[in-house]
Design a protein around this ligand. Structure first.
Ligand code: HEM
Length: 351
């Protein structure tokens, strides 16, 4: 190292007094060998995709105009006039789909391996908050385009929130910012999408990762001498980096082959004949068609509460029968139900 570099390094170290040994120790923490498989460390994928979303989202916000009259045109201009705007928009769209898909896979991995059990119940609940926030980001994101699906999707969401017991009317009023869906709701969706949701997501990811580090990841049920470990840095870090490069390649291919399009501009006077939400809300949409709004909202609330508090339900089940794997059966039934409703709605053309 040259004398100049040494002095620059010394200057920086004296200005930012970091305990390098402690930092190295944190970085090289041994992690269980089974995390070499993607299925076991899949949580890193939505974490990386979240970074892609934040970086792309900031760039898109330079051009997006959150106004009822100009939102749609500004999105069209991003696609047609801004240099690489089509690429940014398409990557943002595809990364949102991949983030939700990998998040669901991560959640299933945690559920079916029982990794939510003590002492990780709280981290499961933080994970549930992350899922809700990510779905919220998806919903608010496609509402911002202000095309027909955005407008009518926002209208359905506001009407549905009015069916929530006790607080429904207030909730709908808060979402709409008035009696009808219009500029006030668009402003609120924008604030939620670019400000509140990303900030809360960042906070929840920080708590989530802190708790993962504090408890360590769940060990496999192996005899002690068969348990292998490898260091987080550089081994796991480099694997995640390779995965990040692959994901960027995949996102670029998706953006090139299926670029984000635009349908008709929002028209409050014309209800579209076929309105379908994004794939991750299809199950909820089908559920709504099977019963009254109020019953659908209440049953979905119960379903969500069961997921959030499942670690405690599981504890109760296992107290009655310590070897019980009833949770796996309940989980499989839940996944099958959601899949069936999704496929039903996706292939059903009757509005
Ligand atoms: C943006 C969302 C999320 C991110 C970035 C994230 C990230 C991670 C990471 C990096 C790990 C370490 C092990 C692994 O990669 O599997 C992990 C573990 C864990 N996650 Fe997530 N996660 C998210 C959402 C969720 C959700 C939706 C749930 C469940 C509702 C959840 C529950 C858990 C639990 C309980 C662990 C501990 C697992 C163990 O000890 O084996 N996470 N998460």
């Amino acid at each position: 190292m040259s004398a100049e570099n040494r002095s620059a390094g010394a200057w920086l170290r004296s200005r930012i007094p970091v305990d390098e040994q402690a930092l190295t120790a944190i970085g090289s923490e041994p992690i269980p060998g089974h995390l070499k498989r993607w299925w076991w460390c899949i949580g890193g994928t939505p974490a990386y995709l979240f970074l892609v979303q934040v970086a792309g989202g900031i760039l898109l916000t330079f051009y997006y105009v959150p106004s009822q009259e100009l939102a749609y045109e500004s999105v069209a201009a991003i696609g047609e006039q801004v240099r690489f705007g089509w690429y940014l928009r398409s990557v943002h769209k595809w990364a949102s789909h991949l983030m939700i898909a990998t998040l669901l896979l991560h959640m299933m991995r945690v559920f079916f391996t029982g990794a939510y059990r003590a002492p990780r119940e709280l981290n499961w609940m933080v994970g549930c908050a992350l899922l809700i926030l990510t779905l919220g980001a998806g919903f608010t994101g496609y509402s911002l385009v202000w095309e027909q699906l955005s407008y009518w999707g926002a209208t359905v969401a506001a009407n549905l929130s009015a069916a929530v017991p006790f607080v429904g009317e207030r909730l709908a009023e808060f979402l709409r910012g008035g009696p009808t869906v219009g500029q006030n709701m668009l402003t609120r969706l924008f604030v939620l999408h670019v400000g509140a949701i990303p900030t809360l997501t960042m906070g929840c990811i920080a708590i989530h990762i802190y708790l993962v580090r504090a408890h360590g990841v769940t060990e496999l049920d192996l005899p002690k001498k068969e348990r292998k470990t490898f260091p987080f840095f550089p081994d796991h870090f480099l694997t995640e980096l390779a995965l990040a490069l692959f994901l960027m390649f995949l996102l670029t291919c998706l953006a090139l082959i299926f670029p984000a399009g635009l349908s008709e501009k929002a028209n409050p006077l014309e209800t579209p004949e076929h309105i379908k939400p994004e794939w991750y809300f299809l199950w909820a949409f089908r559920w709504l068609k099977l019963m009254t709004e109020r019953t659908a909202i209440v049953t979905q609330g119960i379903f969500l509460a069961a997921i959030v508090f499942w670690p405690f339900v599981d504890k109760w089940l296992r107290r009655r029968n310590p070897r019980s794997e009833a949770s796996v059966a309940f989980g499989a039934a839940g996944v099958a139900l959601l899949l069936a409703l999704t496929v039903w709605e996706a292939f059903d053309s009757i509005p």
